[in-house]
Every structure is written in structure tokens, then in C-alpha cells.
Write a protein that binds this ligand. Structure first.
Ligand code: ZN
Length: 66
């Protein structure tokens, strides 16, 4: 299994997504957080996406990067 550094990146939705935690809809132009590899040449096949609410609730391992 490959291990790599991940961080959360805030993204403005260009299409409808669903939150990985609550399943809530993230509409177009709404902001959400997506798991991203530290190395930009790596790709996460199914990155987790969190709505703003779930992201702020998870705390802990989340690192804010503006
Ligand atoms: Zn959510």
C-alpha cells in the first residue's frame, strides 16, 4: 500500500458533489473540502469530499490551508 501525505484543499464546486460524511449535496459554486495528495503528481482515485459543516466538525487531523 502506498503511503503519502495528504491535506485538505478548499475547492469551489464546478459540478454537484456529495459529502463523503453526511451525504449532503454540494451544489455548483459552493465550497467544499477535498482530500489532496501533497505530491501534485499523485492522484487519489476516490478522494473524500466534505461539506463545510462536516469539515469544521472533524477538527483534529485537519490542517487549514488557505
Ligand atoms: Zn457533510
Amino acid at each position: 500500500m502506498t503511503k503519502y501525505q495528504k491535506y485538505w484543499k478548499q475547492i469551489k464546486a464546478r459540478k454537484v458533489h456529495y459529502c463523503s460524511k453526511c451525504g449532503g449535496e454540494i451544489g455548483i459554486t459552493e465550497y467544499y473540502w477535498q482530500e489532496s495528495p501533497e505530491d501534485r503528481f499523485l492522484h487519489i482515485i476516490n478522494p473524500k469530499r466534505l461539506c463545510l459543516k462536516c469539515y469544521s466538525q472533524q477538527g483534529g487531523d485537519a490542517e487549514k490551508k488557505e
